[in-house]
Every structure is written in C-alpha cells, then in structure tokens.
Design a protein around this ligand. Structure first.
Ligand SMILES: Nc1ncnc2c1ncn2[C@@H]1O[C@H](COP(=O)(O)OP(=O)(O)O)[C@@H](O)[C@H]1O
Ligand SMILES: [Mg+2]
Length: 246
C-alpha cells in the first residue's frame, strides 16, 4: 500500500473571536501510516478535537497543507471533501450522534451504506455482534444505556470499513470491562488484513485523557496550546491491553 494515510504539513487553525484571535492549532506537522494506532493526549483546550476535525475534513486549516488517503484536502472542492468524509474517515464522537429515529441496526447500516459497503446490512450485524449488542439491534437509541449507545456509534464507525478511524474519548462513558473490549476492537482494526472488501491497513487515532489507554498505542502525540510537544512511542514500551487497569 502506497504512502501515508494522513499527512499534515505546518497546519494551523485559528478562530477570530471578536477582537481576539484564538490559536487552536499551531504549526502542526505529522504523518500517520496505515496500521498505526496513535493516541492524542493533551489538556482540555489543547487542540485535540480541532486536530481530529482537520484530519476528518470537517473543518479547514487556516495555514499549511493536509492530505488524507493521498488526496489534498487543502484545495478540495465540496464534492471532493464529501468523498473524503464518506470513504476515507470514520468518526466516533464524544456525543454519540446516533439518529434517534433509527434502530441500532439501522444506524450502523446507514454508516456502512454511506461508505459504499456492498452488504451494509451484513456489515452492520457483524459489527453489532462484535460490540456485544446482537440482542439489541432492534432498539432505538433512547432504549439503550449511554454505554450501549456508545457501542452502537463505535459499530457504525467500524462498519464503514474506511481506512482512517478517528475517535474522541471513545471509552469515556464506558466501565472498565467494556472500555477494554472497545480498545481491543480498535486495536484489531489496525491489522485487519483480511477485511472482506479489501480495505485494509487502517489507522486509528484516539483522543484520550487516559494515560493507560495511551500506553497501548504505537505512538503518543502530545498537544499543548495547539502545538505538538511530543510525538514518540510510549516511554517504557507499548503496554499490553491485558495488563491495563484504571
Ligand atoms: N469554533 C470555535 N471558535 C472559537 N474558538 C474555538 C472553536 N473551536 C475551538 N476553539 C478553541 O480552540 C482551542 C482548542 O479547542 P479544542 O480543539 O476543542 O481542544 P480540546 O479538544 O483539546 O479540548 C480552545 O481554546 C477552544 O476554545
Ligand atoms: Mg475535545
């Protein structure tokens, strides 16, 4: 597979708030390869969500250049941006953003359909099974607990089969056991060579406050005031998920 999945070259993002200029990202340069599991750490307000939004083409940079799946996001047309969002990236948001009028199965199936999966219903059922919700597929979001809704949102993102998976605090709402299970599932995505439709070598980018989760990553990117202040494998080596406790 050719080239990195994500490339940011001196990316900046600022907001004009009245007279004030808020710098959310400042001179960020980084590359993410297929198969990498990357954790993003940083205090609240350090630019983590802004970074994910940049990679996912939900927002545009004020400076610098971004490529996702080899495609320039920087000067992309609206149609090209939509294509990147449908076929390259999948988001797991902090707030689950499920459609309230669709069942768990329909929510996940919709995600797979938008991404162009050939058998969206099958992909949806498989992923709901993998997040242990096989018994809940016909439930609407309001009939599910917070943790269950989060697992539906995760199944929806995984069912797209898209190569870049972006997650903002995906285990925040979950108890330890479920959190570990989801973390395992996210890790599996990075070496998912036999995926049925040939989309493989996914990259996973996880924003987290949890240092234990970060220790399981291949790489930890640390942000402070919009700048990358660290980009290296976990100090002391990559932890096994089985050894985690929080
Ligand atoms: N739409 C916006 N308008 C103005 N300021 C914003 C906007 N979005 C984010 N910011 C500011 O940019 C900085 C980074 O925000 P964010 O990326 O959400 O941080 P994090 O996810 O690390 O908490 C913060 O100071 C935040 O207040
Ligand atoms: Mg955030």
């Amino acid at each position: 597979m050719a080239g990195p999945l994500v490339e940011l070259d001196r990316v900046g993002r600022h907001y004009d708030v009245g007279e004030r200029k808020v710098i959310a990202l400042d001179d960020v340069t980084l590359t993410i390869q297929p198969g990498e599991f990357v954790a993003v750490l940083g205090a609240s307000g350090s630019g983590k969500t802004t970074l994910l939004n940049m990679i996912g083409a939900l927002d545009t940079a004020s400076a610098g250049r971004i490529k996702v799946g080899g495609v320039e996001v920087t000067d992309a047309s609206r149609a090209e941006l939509a294509q990147i969002r449908r076929r390259q990236v999948s988001f797991i948001f902090q707030t689950f953003n499920l459609f309230p009028g669709l069942t768990a199965l329909e929510n996940v199936e919709f995600g797979a359909e938008v991404a162009g999966r050939e058998n969206p219903g099958e992909a949806a059922l498989e992923m709901l099974g993998r997040v242990d919700l096989a018994e809940r597929v016909g439930h609407f979001p309001h009939e599910l607990s917070g943790g269950e809704q989060q697992r539906v949102a995760i199944a929806r993102a995984l069912a797209t089969g898209n190569p870049v998976l972006l997650a903002d605090e995906p285990t925040g709402e979950l108890d330890f056991k479920t959190g570990v299970q989801i973390l395992q599932l996210l890790h599996e995505q990075t070496h998912d060579g036999e995926s049925s439709d040939g989309k493989s070598g996914r990259a996973v980018v996880v924003v987290t406050h949890n240092r234990e989760i970060a220790r399981t990553a291949d790489r930890i990117i640390e942000l402070s005031s919009g700048r990358v202040v660290g980009d290296a494998p976990p100090a002391g080596g990559q932890a096994e998920i089985a050894d985690l406790h929080w």
